[in-house]
Design a protein around this ligand. Structure first.
Ligand code: FA5
Ligand code: MG
Length: 381
């Protein structure tokens, strides 16, 4: 493996023993491939595109606000279910809480799926202007813009009652306008001119809520979610009379646009031909692909069972192929007269670093077929 296999590590003052984490516990769904990512903290490397981007965002906030945004980039990614979900008002039946979407260490402990997991505690500590940067974890689909470990930056600003009064506006409208201004300014700071648009959306912890999309490679790419903080969160954490905004941005997504990085797997590459292209403080250097290797496609059809989910499929594929898988895509889906449903998935294999042999790919595909059948209780066709 290219990554250090750790058995014990300490992050943000919390000690984690691998033997405690990866064990035969039905409430634990953290595979080894994910565990080995803990503690790597790509966002704290000043030469890495994510570190360069983080520092550029820090600069923007330092330059534009007289009140300093306090920065946290070393908070432990292992958090309680309460921190990750309850504290930000995620309803008890929300899909994001499921074992299909989130990595659970045990029934009460998860790998944070967003940096919003730290909002409540930082409000309680009295912070009014803060940024939280960290690795976050999600069971998700596989393509060039999704990876099960990625990085987010949370930004939160609490307005003083004084400022709100002076504005003469209602607090929510005032905060929403200020939030959009702040993030549009950030986009200009990072990109200069770029095509972007706001989309209304829903988050349990903000109202109203928005997403910002940037036009990249002939598509709209979602780069962040944000909104005006739900009053209930402020109230519970000692800010009864305040109004606040919050955003959570996907660092990889922004870095892909900024540095022209075509595939999210590259952020994990230790290949010098990747790493040597970036240097501290240099924003927007365009990445030059060291060579283009062709993808190889393999299709696989099976009758699904009720318990089948695409996230489970993706995890099996990722577990076998590691970063050699580029995309897993449903290309056919039908139900026969007996009510049996068939799915056909197309798997794209491609290495970012070398060309793969037919033999190598065929062997991977056979292993994938075997494990998909045995682990996911589907019937191959
Ligand atoms: C959130 O995670 C909210 N916590 C953001 C937020 C914070 C909203 C504060 C309001 C207030 P969402 O699930 O949409 O939202 O993720 C935020 C961003 O993370 C996305 O816009 C995207 O840029 C990035 N992202 C999401 N999933 C992935 C993934 N699998 N791989 C890479 N980036 C991802
Ligand atoms: Mg989203």
């Amino acid at each position: 493996s290219r990554h250090p296999i750790v058995s014990a590590l300490e992050i943000g003052g919390v000690k984690i023993d691998k033997d405690d984490v990866v064990r035969d516990d039905p409430t634990n769904n953290v595979p080894d491939t994910i565990f080995t990512k803990l503690g790597l903290q790509l966002h704290r490397r000043d030469q890495h595109p994510l570190g360069i981007l983080k520092n550029a965002i820090y600069d923007y906030f330092d330059m534009n606000y007289s009140t300093k945004f306090v920065k946290f980039d070393d908070l432990c990614p292992i958090v309680s279910v309460k921190q990750n979900f309850d504290d930000v008002l995620v309803p008890a039946d929300h899909v994001s809480r499921s074992y299909n979407d989130t990595y659970y260490i045990d029934a009460q402990t998860v790998l944070r799926c967003h940096t919003s997991a730290h909002q409540a505690e930082l409000f309680r500590k009295g912070h009014t202007h803060f940024l939280v940067i960290g690795d976050v974890y999600r069971r998700d689909s596989i393509d060039s813009t999704h990876y099960p470990v990625f990085h987010q930056m949370e930004g939160v600003r609490v307005f003083s009652t004084d400022e709100l009064e002076k504005s003469g506006m209602d607090g929510t409208s005032y905060a929403a306008i200020d939030l959009k201004k702040c993030l549009e300014g950030l986009a200009r700071h990072l990109f200069g001119a770029v095509e972007m648009r706001w989309v209304d959306t829903y988050f349990p912890f903000t109202n109203p809520s928005f997403e910002l999309e940037i036009y990249f490679k002939e598509q709209w790419l979602e780069v962040l979610g944000c909104g005006v903080t739900e009053q209930e969160i402020l109230k519970r954490n000692g800010r009864e009379n305040n109004v606040a905004w919050a955003f959570g941005l996907g660092l990889e997504r922004l870095a892909m646009v900024l540095f022209d990085i075509p595939d999210i797997r590259l952020f994990w590459s230790t290949d010098e031909r990747f790493t040597c292209q970036f240097s501290e403080g240099k924003l927007g250097v365009k990445f030059k692909p060291f060579s283009k290797f062709p993808p190889c496609y393999k299709d696989m059809s099976f009758w699904i069972s009720d318990a089948f989910t695409e996230n489970n499929l993706c995890e099996v594929v990722r577990g076998i192929t590691g970063d050699l898988v580029e995309e897993v895509k449903l290309i056919d889906n039908f139900t026969n007269k007996k009510g049996m449903t068939s799915h056909c998935y197309r798997i794209a294999y491609r290495s970012m670093e070398r060309s793969l042999t037919d033999d190598e790919i065929n062997q991977l595909q056979w292993k994938v077929r075997e494990e998909v059948e045995s682990k996911l209780k589907v019937v191959l066709r």
